[in-house]
Design a protein around this ligand. Structure first.
Ligand SMILES: Cc1cc2nc3c(=O)[nH]c(=O)nc-3n(C[C@H](O)[C@H](O)[C@H](O)COP(=O)(O)O)c2cc1C
Length: 173
């Protein structure tokens, strides 16, 4: 199997991380892969905010947990969080942002970095606190949260994929 297909099959969501930060060169490669995701009409509606400052990650974690009504860390201790947002004025913003998320996770796995999509970015960045964070990061425009891609090195084994469901694929010839 070629390396790309192998990576697409093997990547798994990781929910336990070592505290060690990923390398800058790894983060750069992952972010660059994100920028090459396809977007509706090539309008590149998403943006990515890579957060490595522990205080800001802790803040995002609390905000995310609050949306769920829990106090646990939804980021599982991952040392990097990439927030993907997309320009609400583009009709394909959800699809655009989701493809960026996919590129980030698959690119990460291909270079030995683990990841997981963490949800609730929409609620977090619609909140007053979330809007204030965007302002603090000098992000202007009508951006809506799509997802958080957490990154780090896993602590333990890579989880196994569930068997693929029956009737996933239909081929019409
Ligand atoms: C839109 C979306 C939202 C997700 N949100 C979360 C989340 O908030 N927390 C979490 O632990 N995993 C989350 N995941 C990861 C899924 O649970 C995971 O992809 C799924 O269980 C399949 O596992 P795999 O990625 O290892 O194949 C999310 C995945 C997607 C696509």
């Amino acid at each position: 199997m070629n390396e790309v297909l192998k990576c697409l099959k093997e990547r798994r969501s990781v929910r336990k991380y070592r505290s060690e930060q990923i390398k800058d060169s790894e983060l750069e490669q992952i972010l660059e892969a994100g920028t090459y995701a396809p977007t509706g009409m090539g309008m590149q509606s998403p943006i990515m905010v890579a957060v490595q400052d522990p205080e800001t990650i802790a803040k995002l974690s609390k905000m995310n947990a609050a949306v769920m009504g829990v106090t646990s860390d939804p980021f599982y201790g991952a040392p990097t969080v990439i927030v993907v947002l997309a320009d609400r004025s583009r009709g394909t913003y959800v699809e655009d942002g989701s493809l960026v998320m996919g590129n980030l996770m698959n690119a990460a796995y291909s270079i030995g970095v683990d990841s997981c999509w963490i949800h609730r970015a929409k609620e977090v960045f619609e909140s007053e606190e979330g809007q204030a964070l965007l302002k603090e990061w000098s992000i202007e425009g009508d951006y809506i949260g799509i997802g958080h891609c957490i990154l780090g090195y896993r602590d333990g084994e890579l989880p196994k994929a569930k068997p693929r469901k029956e009737n996933y694929i239909y081929i019409v010839k």
